[in-house]
Design a binder for this molecule. Structure first.
Ligand code: MG
Length: 204
């Protein structure tokens, strides 16, 4: 199982970090060891002073595919979940400056929160505009819907599958909207798809 993450997929978020809008999906991977075990708190690593949450819709791949044509991409998932792409922003900024890969800042233990509940695509009134939000200590800090993605879930699947075979059980984090920010010990993060609470994470 692998975790593929899309960067800069919401215009407002690209802007808030001072990045240009991508002309094709930007992606990177997290290893399976990055998944925060269910019920565990997020322990802030001692090597970062600026750990950020990034709330993202997550697609779980349900069939094997390579070079998937765009018109068939929707056949490769039937459930949508929600996660957090935890990012050590200070470390990422250093790596970006040097043109180095982002793994140190993005792929560390616990950096991938994946909520237990996945919701059937067919249960959404409009699967092209799935709304989601993140609350930090009870206050909404991120809120958007999938219609604001620069590259749709289907476009992402088609694009990524040109480079990597997608396997059953792979996860794709589809990018974060604006409103990313730091966490400190004691914070509580709660993710929602529409009104449904998908996860609740304590930060330590
Ligand atoms: Mg992200």
């Amino acid at each position: 199982m692998k975790i593929i993450c899309i960067g800069r997929n919401y215009a407002e978020h690209a802007k808030e970090l001072g990045n240009a809008l991508p002309t094709e999906p930007v992606f990177f991977c997290k290893p399976d060891s990055a998944i925060l075990p269910k019920g565990n708190p997020m322990m802030i690593p001692d090597w970062t002073k600026d750990l950020h949450y990034e709330c993202e819709l997550v697609v779980r791949i349900n069939r094997l595919g390579k070079n998937i044509p765009l018109e068939f991409a929707s056949r490769y998932y039937d459930e949508i979940g929600l996660g957090i792409d935890f990012t050590a922003r200070d470390v990422q900024d250093e790596l970006k400056k040097k043109g180095l890969p982002w793994e140190k800042a993005k792929a560390f233990d616990g950096s991938a929160v994946i909520g237990q509940d996945f919701l059937g695509v067919s249960t959404f009134q409009n699967p092209k505009a799935i709304s989601f939000s993140l609350k930090k200590n009870g206050e909404v800090v991120q809120s958007s819907d999938s219609s604001h993605m620069i590259f749709s879930m289907d476009q992402i699947i088609s694009f990524v599958s040109q480079y990597m075979t997608l396997k059953i059980g792979d996860y794709i984090f589809t990018g974060t909207p604006s409103g990313v920010g730091p966490v400190i010990s004691g914070d509580i993060l709660e993710g929602f798809i529409e009104e449904k609470n998908i996860y609740r994470i304590k930060v330590r």
